[in-house]
Design a protein around this ligand. Sequence first.
Ligand code: GDP
Length: 424
Amino acid sequence: MPVTIVIGSQWGDEGKGKIVDLLAPDMDIVARYQGGANAGHTIAWGDRQFVLHLIPSGIFHEGVTCVIGNGVVIDPVALMEEIEQVEALGFSVEGRLLISHNAHLIMPYHKALDKARELWRDAEAIGTTGRGIGPAYVDKFARSGIRVVDLLDPNGLRKKLKAALDEKNAILRAVYGDDGIDVDAMIAEYVDFDRRIDPYVTDTANYLAQALADGKRILAEGAQGSLLDVDHGTYPYVTSSHPTAGGCCTGLGVPPTAVDRVTGIVKAYTTRVGNGPFPTELTDDLGERLRAEGREYGATTGRPRRCGWLDGVALRYTARLNGFTDLAVTKLDVLAGMGELKVCTAYRLDGKVTDRFPNDLAMLERVEPIYETLPGFEGDLSSARSPEELPSDAHAYLDFVADFVGVPVSMISTGPRREETVVV
Ligand code: GDP
């Protein structure tokens, strides 16, 4: 099994961190292919818990090498902090963490622009985390970005930073009325990263090509979720990169022919953080209960997540988009005791029933969900270790979802900890 991709099938926060951490011991390499430090991947084992933002979720398994691919945008300040935190937990990182020399860097002016633009957009704000990720991708595609490799050449870096800041400060001051950023202080800070980041930097695409040739197993870890894909998601309320399967190939430099498993992570209900249409959103007490029981607050920002029923129409759309070979259903325990359960199986759009997911914003805002109602289930699911130990109505719920989407369920997560998992 050369490359397995693990992808969020909804709007992110599906519990990818836990599933990647679970699959990691069977892998040689875990590689992140897109996004930045906005995503928080929560890993819990025993009584310990850690939220990873940039480092791949395989770092807590000593035999696994972790790769941050060229498709990721890296905030060096956040990365260095995260490395220190992981090492403080007793895990060695040097030699086990490789960073692509082609990955782009998030600079202080990207964060300033991110925040200034959100303020400027006011009511039309995207709901970004203000961490500079969008503006860093803008510079990447405008071909004015600064890459990890640039950190290794202090003189060249000084020139590039100066040129970039001349432009960004002009924009920040003239358009957004911001004070701008001090060039010398920033240069001093970033030139210092040369020394600190050097041991980790390599040509990761070449490393992965060699690993594939040597028969090693690679797990590619996506951040956010498929419905946040900049092309296929609910634009403009999306992220600036490609969480979908194609993003793995471009974001790591691995060929599509090397991929033989694409696991979709499906939260047993739906959540969404930030703005944008959400057809199955529950704004009543039930939505509150899902948020409370599922602890649906952002791992990075603490923002409350919007909650609702599982949207089968959206899930079938992302299953086709990514070519899911199997589904890992998370947070099934949260649905226990919620009474009857609903799954959205079609939309009513302008009086007509459709099973197509319209990723056009105006259409998606108009759809009304049509639900299939299923019996609820009760009890503590967390001790189940085999499918037979789950309540029969929990089975029925999963069978319904698998049949509707046309993809089998391979794993069921019934709690945040590694142990609380059923492998089918
Ligand atoms: P990710 O970004 O997709 O990794 O998801 P997050 O880490 O933002 O959110 C998932 C949250 O749910 C974390 O706090 C996990 O510890 C927790 N979690 C993961 N799987 C389960 C599960 O099966 N049940 C419960 N109750 N919590 C879970």
